[in-house]
Design a protein around this ligand. Sequence first.
Ligand code: FES
Length: 75
Amino acid sequence: MAREIIIDRCVCYDRSFAELKSAIGGDTVDLAEIAKRFGCGSCCGVCRPYMERMLETGETVFHQILLPRDDHQKA
Ligand code: FES
């Protein structure tokens, strides 16, 4: 039986995307601002594409691997 991928947090800072979304509220922020406020994205950076998607769509749980934008554009 296949296991479902569930990605829902910045592992380095143990903050869920739902928690970040709630803390951000209606503020207009970018990844740099999230890193400044919460640290998320400033360590390994694996969470950055997910937070970017969260800012665009409001999603906080992901079931697929997302690559950094630069990698998408090179592919
Ligand atoms: S998972 Fe967010 S900085 Fe590493």
